[in-house]
Ligand binder design. Structure first.
Ligand SMILES: *Cc1c(COP(=O)(O)O)cnc(C)c1O
Length: 328
């Protein structure tokens, strides 16, 4: 299906590899498992936000902006990649982070400092709630700020995952493989919305299973609705006519455990098992939880040995170093 292409500013290395995790499959006595290595997107230790930022920074440059501003948790992968993307594009970066400045920054936050990002601490607000205010201040100082939304999840960010879906479809075709399920962590919705639209554009019939990692929006229907609306708006912006239903958004909220960024036994086990069987590092907040979800889905029989799963490794590994006490 033909669709409109948005301006893209190269920042990463694409396509990212797909590897088969044979020892993990055997260990779980489960289906074949492929892993899409978006932990290797190339920008500052990688991650799925690099994809979105190629389009978001593309848009910022198109609008002649000189500063980008975004927000998230102190260990936000999105903020770390935005800080690096800004440097690589000659832009200044302001980050609006939840919590307060620690004595010694570690993990992603350490990298934010190395990239020279200006950090604004906002206490309990960890979703960039103060961005409009700070953006206003920057404008009065004569700057031209570009607001990158929380998680990079707007139409432009989601469009990057339409491209990512196409990338995977081409790779699988070249490998002469097909998958029945794609499993990935879901948090601000851009990844999932893009995958849904991409699946339809590429005319695929795999099942998309988003593992919700944030308790804030588990249990109510608002997150599912948010993804639904974003997917529809993205399809419209790309000028494709596809019929998307609310029921197309498969989001699992039963794995949120102790909430955002709280590592429990299930995440610890998932991270260890993948490290020990494949030599691949997952992260404590997103992919560790998504893999814990996949392991449970395999155990429950929902995915059988005759299926083939693509697990989307969306990155996040620098946070491992900030979670040492929870992982051993
Ligand atoms: C942001 C992020 C996600 C979630 O992607 P959304 O598009 O926000 O749903 C998953 N994994 C990692 C490592 C991330 O940083």
């Amino acid at each position: 299906m033909k669709y409109k292409k948005l301006p893209r500013h190269p920042l990463g290395f694409f396509p990212t590899p797909i590897v088969e995790a044979k020892r993990l499959s055997a260990h779980l006595n489960g289906p074949r498992i492929f892993i899409k290595r978006d932990d290797h997107t190339g920008l500052a230790f990688g991650g799925n936000k690099t994809r979105k930022l190629e389009y978001l920074i593309g848009d910022a440059l198109l609008h002649g902006c000189d500063t980008v501003i975004t927000g998230g948790a102190a260990q936000s992968n999105h903020c770390r990649q935005t800080a690096a993307a800004a440097v690589a594009s000659g832009l200044k970066c302001h980050l609006v982070l939840g919590g307060k400045a620690p004595k010694t920054p570690s993990g992603n936050l350490l990298l934010d400092y190395l990239f020279g990002a200006e950090i604004h601490w906002t206490g309990i607000l960890r979703k960039g709630e103060k961005i409009p205010e700070i953006s206003q201040d920057l404008m009065t100082q004569g700057k031209k700020p570009y607001i990158v939304p929380y998680g990079g999840s707007n139409i432009i960010g989601a469009a990057a995952f339409v491209e990512a879906t196409r990338e995977v479809c081409i790779q699988l075709e070249n490998l002469e493989e097909s998958v029945s399920h794609i499993v990935f962590p879901s948090s601000s919705g851009g990844t999932q919305a893009g995958l849904i639209v991409g699946k339809r554009i590429c005319d695929q019939d795999f099942n998309l299973i988003g593992i919700d990692i944030d308790k804030d929006h588990s249990g109510d229907s608002s997150y599912q609705e948010h993804i639904f609306k974003l997917a529809k708006a993205t399809a419209e912006a790309l000028e494709v006519e596809i019929d998307i239903q609310l029921s197309d958004i498969n989001i699992r909220s039963e794995y949120v455990g102790g909430g955002y960024g709280v590592v429990g036994e299930a995440e610890r086990y998932a991270i260890k098992i993948v490290a020990e069987t494949e030599g691949i590092l997952l992260d404590p907040v997103y992919t560790g939880r998504a893999m814990a979800g996949l392991i449970d889905i395999i155990k429950s029989g929902e995915v059988s040995r005759n299926d083939t799963v693509l697990f989307w490794h969306t990155g996040g590994t620098p946070a491992l170093f900030a979670y040492a006490q929870d992982l051993i």
